[in-house]
Design a protein around this ligand. Structure first.
Ligand code: 0WD
Length: 254
């Protein structure tokens, strides 16, 4: 039997076929889940629609996490179509590219607020809505990076946002645990995606991980996806508040 059959989940944060959220969607689908996708803006709609179709999934609508009305609209649509929700993948982050290079100390208040709102608060914003639909319990999953734990070159305000995101995972896990809703994060190693291309010297970071991680390579979105399928399914029913590294082991040496 497939580990995710009968489960219905919302995938937020697919930008294209290199997105980590897409790797997770493919794995969840392969393990029997039924999926719905959101997209951010019309430009991404054109990219997300054919991908969703590949998995026989629904495209629920536009969601910009800085606009609570669009989050409400998406969850209203999920409720209308499914009545409930079993899992949610949050693979969303943003920071002004100009501040993903150079020094953290130069971060502007405006970009700090925007980065924390989109990359951190948005998990809490979607958890508030998901809680109401996860009537049989559920699993929330977000994506983080080692720059939350240690200084990394160029990661700057994103490192601060990811540290706050990881703390949010723990607080949300405690709040929602009594209802059987689990909240976890995957700390993924560096992967060449659209968002990653904004980070200074990203190719060097990939090479560094290739040379220094225990497995002597980087990870793929398919590998992150398989681990996500475990965290989204009942296979991990005793696991919550966890930050699970899928990074070829880099965190033990870095
Ligand atoms: O090396 C990497 N790629 C790693 C990524 C290592 C470890 C963690 N991560 C994290 C990212 O920080 C992010 O949280 O994984 C998550 C997914 O990122 P990704 O797959 O690397 O990047 P991408 O394919 O670009 O998807 C991120 C998407 C956005 O794409 P763009 O590139 O257009 O910003 O997040 C979405 C958007 O689709 N997004 C938003 N969605 C709703 N509202 C918003 C927003 N305001 N802003 C960005």
């Amino acid at each position: 039997p497939s580990i995710m059959s009968g489960k219905r989940g919302l995938i937020m944060g697919v930008a294209n076929n290199r997105s980590i959220a897409w790797g997770i969607a493919k794995a969840a689908h392969a393990h029997g889940a039924e999926l719905a996708f959101t997209y951010q803006g019309d430009a991404l709609k054109k990219r997300v629609e054919p991908l969703a179709a590949e998995l026989g999934a629904e495209v629920i609508g536009h969601c910009d996490v800085t606009d609570g009305a669009t989050i409400d609209a998406v969850f209203a649509e999920v409720e209308k179509r499914w009545g409930k929700l079993d899992f949610l993948v949050h693979a969303i982050a943003f920071s002004d590219k100009d501040e993903l290079t150079g020094r953290y100390v130069d971060t502007s208040q405006e970009n700090f607020s925007k980065s924390l709102l989109i990359s951190c608060y948005s998990l809490t914003a979607v958890a508030q809505r998901a809680e109401k639909l996860m009537t049989d319990g559920g699993s929330l999953l977000t994506l983080t990076y080692y720059g939350a734990e240690k200084w990394m070159p160029h990661y700057n305000v994103m490192g601060v946002a990811k540290a706050a995101l990881e703390a949010s995972v723990r607080y949300l896990a405690a709040d929602l645990g009594p209802q059987g809703i689990r909240v976890n994060a995957i700390s993924a190693g560096p992967i060449k995606t659209l968002a990653a291309s904004g980070i200074g010297d990203f190719r060097y970071i990939l090479k560094w991980n290739e040379y220094n991680s225990p497995l002597r390579r980087t990870v793929t979105i398919e590998e992150v996806g398989e681990t996500a399928a475990y965290l989204l399914s009942d296979m991990s029913r005793g696991v919550t508040g966890e930050i699970h590294h899928v990074d070829a082991g880099y965190h033990v040496v870095g």
